[in-house]
Design a protein around this ligand. Structure first.
Ligand SMILES: [Zn+2]
Length: 326
C-alpha cells in the first residue's frame, strides 16, 4: 500500500511524512504509519492530533504501534500520529497558528485554501478515502477538563453506516456514548468524522484525556479501545472488550460565558449535577464576579473549562443528559 511517498508491502510497516504543499501560506506535513497486514482485511484509520494540544491520543498512537504486528494483522492499520503539526508545535488550542482555523471545522478541505483547509483536503484524499473505518481521536483541549466518551453520528449516513458506527462505539469499550444529532451534506460535513460518513465510511469520535496532559489512564483507554475495535473488526485475533453497560447520551446541554474574564469551576467532570445547580462563576480581571454559572439541565458534567481564561461566547461546560436524569 502506498500513501504519498510512503509504501508498506504486505506484512510490513512503514512510517513517513505526508506532504501538505505550500499554497497561499506555508505548507506542512503529516506523520503517518501504514501497517500493512500479511492477510486480507479492512483498512482502519486512527487519526490523532486534529487538535494539536490534545496529547493523550498522540501518545497513544506511539503505544499502539509496537502492539500491532504486520505479520499477524488482517487488513491495514493507518495511523495518523499528529494530524495538525502547526498546532502541535505551535501549542495552540482549537485552531492552527498559521491561519487561525479549526481543522475539525475545515473538512472536506480544499486544495487551494489556507493551510488548515489544505491539511483537511490531504487527510480526506489520502486517509479518509483509503479507509473502510475511521476513528478520529480527541481529548479535552489544552484548557478543557473532560470525562472520556465515544461519539458517533446517529442520523448522518446510511442506516448501514450508522449501525456499523454504533457497533464500533460499543466495541471501543468506553461506557459513555454520545449520539451526535446532526445530518450533513458533503459541504456541511466540516468535522473529520462527518466527512468520513459522507464518504460512506463508518466513523467514531473518541474523547479521552484533558488539559494538555498525557495521563496514563487516558492513553491506556485509547490504546485498549483501539485494539478492542481491531478485534471487533477481525483485524486481530481474540475477542473484543466492549462496553459492558453502555450509557447512550442523546441530549447534551452547554452553557456559555457572557464575558471575557476568568472562570472558576465549582464542579469536576463526571459529577452529577441537578438542573440549576451552581457549577462555577466568571469574574473580570480584577476579581469582581460577573456571572454565576448554573447547569442548564440535570446530568453528568462531560466537559468543563479547567484553566482561567474565558472569552465571551465560549462554552464553559457541557452536561450529558443521561437517561433518568430529567
Ligand atoms: Zn479535539
Amino acid at each position: 500500500m502506498t500513501i504519498g511517498p510512503i509504501t508498506a508491502p504486505m506484512g510490513e510497516r512503514a512510517s513517513g511524512m505526508l506532504p501538505v504543499p505550500a499554497g497561499v501560506d506555508p505548507g506542512t506535513s503529516i506523520p503517518i504509519t501504514i501497517v500493512h497486514g500479511a492477510r486480507p482485511g479492512p483498512v482502519l484509520a486512527l487519526v490523532a492530533g486534529i487538535h494539536g494540544s490534545e496529547y493523550a491520543p498522540i501518545i497513544a498512537m506511539q503505544r499502539i504501534l509496537p502492539l500491532v504486528d504486520a505479520r499477524e494483522l488482517r487488513g491495514t492499520l493507518l495511523i495518523v500520529h499528529a494530524a495538525n503539526l502547526p498546532a502541535f508545535f505551535g501549542r495552540t488550542i482549537y485552531t492552527g497558528p498559521i491561519d487561525g482555523k479549526n481543522l475539525n471545522r475545515s473538512f472536506p478541505g480544499r486544495p487551494d485554501g489556507t493551510v488548515t483547509e489544505r491539511q483537511a483536503h490531504v487527510i480526506t484524499r489520502e486517509i479518509l478515502r483509503r479507509a473502510d473505518y475511521v476513528v478520529d481521536i480527541h481529548a479535552g483541549d489544552g484548557n478543557e477538563a473532560l470525562r472520556p466518551y465515544t461519539g458517533y453520528y446517529a442520523r448522518h449516513g446510511t442506516p448501514e453506516v450508522i449501525a456499523r458506527s454504533r457497533e464500533m462505539a460499543v466495541a471501543f469499550g468506553l461506557e459513555h456514548i454520545v449520539l451526535f444529532p446532526g445530518t450533513y451534506t458533503a459541504e456541511e460535513a466540516i468535522y473529520t468524522g462527518a466527512a468520513a460518513v459522507t464518504l460512506g465510511k463508518p466513523a467514531l469520535d473518541i474523547e479521552a484525556g484533558q488539559l494538555a496532559e498525557a495521563a496514563p489512564e487516558a492513553v491506556d483507554a485509547i490504546t485498549r479501545g483501539s485494539l478492542s475495535l481491531m478485534r471487533h473488526l477481525r483485524m486481530l485475533d481474540g475477542a473484543a472488550s466492549p462496553a459492558e453497560n453502555p450509557v447512550f447520551i442523546e441530549q447534551r446541554a452547554s452553557v456559555k460565558s457572557l464575558h471575557d474574564g476568568i472562570f472558576y469551576p465549582a464542579v469536576a467532570v463526571g459529577e452529577y449535577v441537578t438542573r440549576g445547580a451552581r457549577i462555577g462563576h466568571v469574574t473580570d480581571l480584577f476579581g469582581r464576579r460577573l456571572q454565576e454559572v448554573h447547569a442548564p439541565e440535570a446530568g453528568i458534567v462531560l466537559v468543563i473549562i479547567g484553566t482561567p481564561p474565558v472569552r465571551v461566547g465560549e462554552t464553559l461546560a457541557t452536561i450529558a443528559q443521561v437517561p433518568g436524569s430529567r
